[in-house]
Design a protein around this ligand. Structure first.
Ligand SMILES: *Cc1c(COP(=O)(O)O)cnc(C)c1O
Length: 340
């Protein structure tokens, strides 16, 4: 029996579920998986995660399909990316099998929180890893805790799929040129909060960050990747400070399947003059189409959407990706893991 929740109006937020899973790395090895009903962690007050930000995370989703089956989207890619993040912060990489087993078990154990097909909601899976050894000197931990929690989240667009406006702001960088931007690290988010807050106060949905070295090229769109459609081509920024979004990788594949050319390259700010569509992409929204981009430093306004509606290619991307995730369209690239 499903939990009694108004799925369609759930925010993208924390909603308590029945169980979470934990596993500790200690004495050079990962221990037994622990199933917990507690919503809190008991860790040492000098843990490296608290003082020196040895913290990484992931985000993926499980769906109830049109056929009633439960599907997780591209779980193996999230496992791989988390291993890259771990190596980036000298943390202990989580073996793929352990990552997958814990995600699948967390979904199964909380099955009553998987939103029904057609509700537009999904079960968000949030794996996180933290350093737990006590340190005061700056040093890596040798003990790590890996936690998988799940929480149901509502449809991203409550009032229907629509454009939002974003802004360019040069006073803030989210990450450094050769820094931690390429890994999914909590600290990157801490560094983006002030800029995002300022943008929200001015009515923008996000900040389009520029490359932190030259401030010439487009980088990331808040906590999401950026792409645009130019002369029928899919273009997306290439940079060492961008997190490789699995949604972006999926859209690049769909674009190729649709016969479009794909370019991963530097994109200058001026190029925004000549794009027909632009969007932020990530697990939360799939695509969040952009109406207008305001450069707050130059005063220039780039009107991306001419008719105020999301562009046809972005709309098609969302239809396709949602279709695959919910079993309405064939999974031709092996992106789906079924939970029995
Ligand atoms: C998680 C994340 C994304 C989106 O990645 P997906 O795998 O598509 O969800 C993009 N940028 C940043 C900074 C992120 O942390």
């Amino acid at each position: 029996m499903n939990a009694d929740i108004e799925w369609g109006s759930l925010p993208f937020g924390y909603y308590p579920t029945d169980y979470n899973l934990r596993c500790t790395f200690r004495d050079g090895k990962w221990g037994e998986i622990e199933v917990s009903q507690s919503e809190t962690l008991n860790i040492h007050m000098a843990a490296t995660s608290l003082h020196y930000s040895q913290e990484i995370f992931e985000g993926l989703k499980a769906f109830r399909g049109v056929d009633g089956k439960i599907r997780i989207f591209r779980m193996r890619d999230n496992a791989k990316r988390m291993q890259d993040s771990a190596r980036g912060l000298l943390m202990e990489p989580i073996p793929t099998e352990l990552f997958e087993e814990m995600c699948v078990r967390a979904v199964k154990l909380n099955e009553r929180f998987i939103p029904p097909y057609g509700s537009g909601a999904s079960l968000y899976i949030r794996p996180l890893e933290i350093g737990i050894s006590p340190r005061i000197g700056v040093k890596r931990a040798d003990e790590y805790l890996f936690v998988v929690l799940v929480t149901p989240v509502g449809p991203y667009f409550k009032g229907g799929f629509q454009n939002t406006n974003i802004c360019i702001m040069r006073e803030y960088d989210r990450v450094a040129p050769q820094g931690t931007g390429r890994w999914k690290v909590g600290g990157n988010y801490a560094a983006s909060l002030a800029a995002s807050h300022k943008a929200h106060e001015m009515g923008y949905s996000a900040v389009l960050f520029l490359d932190p070295k030259e401030k010439k090229y487009l980088d990331e769109c808040g906590p999401a990747n950026f792409y645009a459609i130019k002369d029928g081509k899919y273009i997306t920024p290439k940079s060492d400070s961008i997190l490789p979004s699995i949604t972006n990788m999926s859209l690049m594949q769909l674009a190729r399947d649709m016969g479009m050319e794909v370019e991963q390259r530097h994109i200058t700010v001026d190029e925004l003059e000549s794009v027909s569509e632009a969007a932020a992409c990530g697990t939360a929204a799939v695509c969040s189409p952009i109406g207008r981009i305001d450069d707050l430093n130059t005063g220039k306004k780039y009107q991306i959407s001419k008719d105020g509606k999301p562009g046809p290619i972005t709309t098609e991307f969302v239809r396709k990706l949602e279709g695959i995730r919910q079993g309405e369209l064939p999974d031709t690239h092996g992106w789906i893991t079924f939970v029995e």
